[in-house]
Design a binder for this molecule. Structure first.
Ligand code: THU
Length: 163
């Protein structure tokens, strides 16, 4: 038996003002997208913004449905839209923001398991790390160097196709 340890790290910024301009703008786009969420059931407004390598930013917000599981998270709305509109264009970074109820104060948000799997698919497809920028605890901003950090032991096409 062998004990195997894995290590992860991320950058924590005290405020959005400390972020490099490109990521600050992306996080601001994600925050703006929270206002477009359709969330009559949860009142939890999530916004996501994907920065593409061609300089275009694509945003999405969570879209709910009376048949609850039919809704979709903001991250998947944004990432699938990017994939659908700009096939083959690499993703540089994804920012996620949220607020709950009537109080628009940005909240801690960390993508759900399904969204992690979807984001990792593109990281794997493009063979390039995607930075993930999210509002962390106590309003701090977390920046992960790649999405895989959120989903170790990822299931990818390599396993499916036996590569
Ligand atoms: N939600 C997202 O859009 N992204 C996340 O990362 C977590 C959850 C949405 C799904 C649902 O519309 C609402 O937030 C409450 O779970």
């Amino acid at each position: 038996m062998q004990k195997v340890e894995t290590k992860n790290s991320y950058d924590l910024y005290d405020s959005i003002d400390e972020l490099p301009a490109e990521w600050r703008n992306l996080l601001l786009e994600a925050r703006k997208a929270t206002n477009k969420a359709y969330v009559p059931y949860s009142d939890f407004h999530v916004g996501a913004a994907v920065l593409l390598e061609n300089g275009i930013t694509v945003t999405g917000s969570n879209q709910e449905n009376a048949a609850y599981p039919s809704g979709l998270c903001a991250e998947r709305v944004a990432v699938f839209y990017a994939g659908a509109q700009y096939p083959g264009v690499k993703f540089k970074a994804i920012a996620v923001a949220a607020f709950a109820g009537a109080d628009p104060t940005p909240l801690t948000v960390s993508p759900c398991g399904g969204c992690r799997q979807v984001m990792v698919e593109y990281e794997h497809l493009f063979g390039q790390d995607i930075k993930l920028i999210m509002q962390g605890n106590e309003g701090k901003i977390m920046v992960l160097n790649h999405v895989k950090t959120l989903l170790p032991f990822t299931f990818t096409s390599d396993q499916l196709l036996g590569n």
